[in-house]
Write a protein that binds this ligand. Structure first.
Ligand code: FAD
Ligand code: SF4
Ligand code: SF4
Length: 416
C-alpha cells in the first residue's frame, strides 16, 4: 500500500489534483471531521491504486506557491523511507537467472560474472535465483560458474512466463531473504519482471544499465546507464531502500568463467494464493524469419540511412550470406520501414558484440554506438570520412557503399 496522505488542514477540496492523477485514484469526498469553513470536501486517495508518481503532489504544491494563504494547499505528502536506515539485515548479491522455453539464458552467466566482482568487493555471498517449473536442473550450471547459493522457486503457475506470478514469486523471496543487491537481465522479460518485482518489494530499480560497480566507501551499488537519449551517462545509486535493484543490458559483460562452488540449493515456496494471476498464457509464437539473429551473431553486416531504401538491403543480405553474417540496421533504416525492428542495433535496439561489425552507410551517432561499440573489429563504409563511425572503426573505407559492397561480395565469392 502506498505511503501517501492528504493533510486535512491544508486541503481545500479544490479538485485540481483529481484530473492529474494518471491512474484516476483521487476523488473528492466529505471531510472526516465535517466541513472546515467554506471547504466541504477534500481529496481522498485510493492508496491501493496509487503508484506514487507524485503528479498530484506537484499540482497541489504549485497551487500553494501561487496562494496568498500559506496555510493552504501543498496538502499531499508522500512519506519517503528514511535515508540511511538500518540495512544490516540485507546481505548478498543476487543474479536472476532467466530461463526461456527450457533453456538457461546466456544472460545468467553474464550476470554471475559482474555479480562475483560486486560480491567480492562487498565480501558478501554471490547467489542466483531460478523461478519457473522444472528449473532446478539449471542450479548445477550456476554453481559451476560461481553461485554460492541458488534459490529455486518451482511452481506450476511459473511454467510459462507471465509477469504477475513471476514478480510475485521473486518479491516474496526478496522480502523473506533480504538480499543487498538484485541484478536482473534487461531482456524483454527481465525489464518488465524487474519493474514489477521492485514495486512489490517496495524498493528502487535502475533499468537498462551498461556498467555496474560498488562505491568503496558506502557499499552502494553504482548503476550507470545512458540518459538524455544516450547523450549522457548517468550513475545512479539507491540510498533509501533495500535491496538495491537494477537490470543489466545483455552482452554488457562476458559470461562468467568456470569457478565451481559446492551446489547449495534452497527451495522457496510462496504462500498459497500468492501466484494468482489475472492473465493466462495463450502460447508462444516465434518469428520465423529464417535469418540469423543479431543478438548472438559473430559477424554482422549493418546498414543505415545511406543504404537508401529496402532494395539496398538486398545487397547487404548478399554480403551477409557470403560471410555467414547476420544483418543489422540503424534506427534510421528501421524507422524508414526498410527492415524490421528485430534488426535494430543501438540504445533502443539490441546490444551486439560480434567479432566483426561492418557498418554500411551508418554515421555512428551515440545511440547507435551504444549498441555496437564493443564489437571486436569495426569496419565502416561511408562517403563521409569525418563521421563518428569512420573515426571509431579499425578499418574505415571511404566510398560509395554501392561500389564497395559489390566488390567485397565479388572478392569473397572468388577469393583468388
Ligand atoms: C532516444 C533515442 C534513441 C535512439 N536509439 C537508436 C538506436 O537504438 N539505434 C540507432 O541506430 N539509432 C538510434 N537513434 C537515432 C540516432 O540518433 C541516429 O538518428 C541514427 O542512428 C542515424 O542513423 P544512420 O547513421 O543510419 O543515419 P545518418 O545519421 O543519416 O547517416 C547516414 C550515413 O550514410 C552515409 N551515406 C549516405 N549515402 C551513402 C552511400 N551511398 N555510401 C556510403 N555512405 C553513405 C552518410 O555519409 C551518413 O554518414 C536514437 C535516437 C534517440 C533520440
Ligand atoms: S489535495 Fe490539493 S489540489 Fe487536491 S483537492 Fe486538496 S487542495 Fe486541491
Ligand atoms: S501520487 Fe500519482 S498515482 Fe498517487 S494519487 Fe497522486 S497522482 Fe495519483
Amino acid at each position: 500500500m502506498a505511503n501517501i496522505r492528504v493533510q486535512e488542514n491544508r486541503c481545500t477540496g479544490c479538485g485540481q489534483c483529481v484530473p492529474v492523477c494518471p491512474v484516476k485514484c483521487i476523488t473528492l469526498g466529505p471531510r472526516p471531521g465535517g466541513p472546515k469553513g467554506p471547504f466541504e470536501k477534500m481529496a481522498v486517495i485510493d492508496t491501493a491504486a496509487c503508484t506514487l508518481c507524485k503528479a498530484c503532489v506537484s499540482a497541489c504544491r504549485a497551487l500553494g506557491e501561487k496562494s496568498c494563504n500559506k496555510d493552504l494547499f501543498s496538502a499531499i505528502e508522500i512519506q519517503e523511507a528514511a535515508a540511511g536506515g538500518d540495512f544490516s539485515a540485507y546481505r548478498g548479491v543476487w543474479c536472476v537467472a532467466e530461463t526461456r522455453r527450457g533453456q538457461l539464458s546466456p544472460t545468467a552467466l553474464e550476470l554471475l560474472n559482474i555479480g562475483a566482482k560486486l560480491a567480492a568487493a562487498l565480501k558478501e555471498p554471490l547467489c542466483a535465483v531460478l523461478a519457473g517449473h522444472g528449473v532446478e536442473k539449471f542450479a548445477a550450471e550456476l554453481a559451476e560458474h560461481g553461485a554460492e547459493q541458488v534459490y529455486v522457486i518451482d511452481a506450476p503457475e511459473l511454467k510459462d512466463y507471465l509477469d504477475e506470478p513471476h514478480a510475485a514469486a521473486l518479491a516474496a523471496l526478496i522480502n523473506a531473504k533480504k538480499p543487498n543487491k538484485v541484478i536482473f537481465p534487461a531482456t524483454t522479460m527481465g525489464r518488465t519482471l524487474s519493474a514489477r518485482a521492485a514495486i512489490l518489494a517496495n524498493t528502487g530499480l535502475t533499468a537498462d544499465a551498461t556498467e555496474l560497480d560498488v562505491d568503496a566507501a558506502t557499499g552502494l551499488l553504482r548503476v550507470t546507464r545512458p540518459t538524455f537519449g544516450g547523450n549522457l551517462m548517468a550513475t545512479i545509486t539507491c540510498r533509501k531502500t533495500r535491496p538495491e535493484m537494477c537490470s543489466l543490458r545483455p552482452l554488457t559483460y562476458p559470461k562468467a568463467e568456470k569457478n565451481p562452488k559446492p551446489l547449495a540449493v534452497e527451495r522457496f515456496t510462496p504462500e498459497a494464493g500468492a501466484l494468482a494471476c489475472k492473465s493466462s498464457y495463450a502460447g508462444f509464437v516465434s518469428e520465423e524469419s529464417g535469418e540469423l539473429d543479431i543478438g548472438g551473431a559473430e559477424v554482422i553486416v549493418a546498414g543505415g540511412r545511406g543504404v537508401g531504401g529496402p532494395e539496398g538491403f538486398k545487397l547487404l543480405h548478399e554480403l551477409a550470406q557470403a560471410l555467414g553474417a547476420a544483418v543489422g540496421a540503424s534506427r534510421a533504416a528501421v524507422d524508414s520501414g526498410w527492415v524490421p525492428y528485430r534488426h535494430q542495433v543501438g540504445l533502443t535496439g539490441k546490444t551486439v558484440k560480434p567479432k566483426l561489425y561492418i557498418a554500411c552507410g551508418i554515421s555512428g551517432q551515440v545511440q547507435h554506438m551504444a549498441g555496437m561499440s564493443s564489437s571486436d573489429i569495426i569496419v565502416a563504409i561511408n562517403k563521409d570520412p569525418d563521421c563518428p563511425l569512420m573515426k571509431q572503426a579499425a578499418y574505415a573505407i571511404e566510398g560509395d557503399l554501392y561500389e564497395v559492397v559489390p566488390e567485397l561480395i565479388k572478392t569473397l565469392k572468388n577469393p583468388s
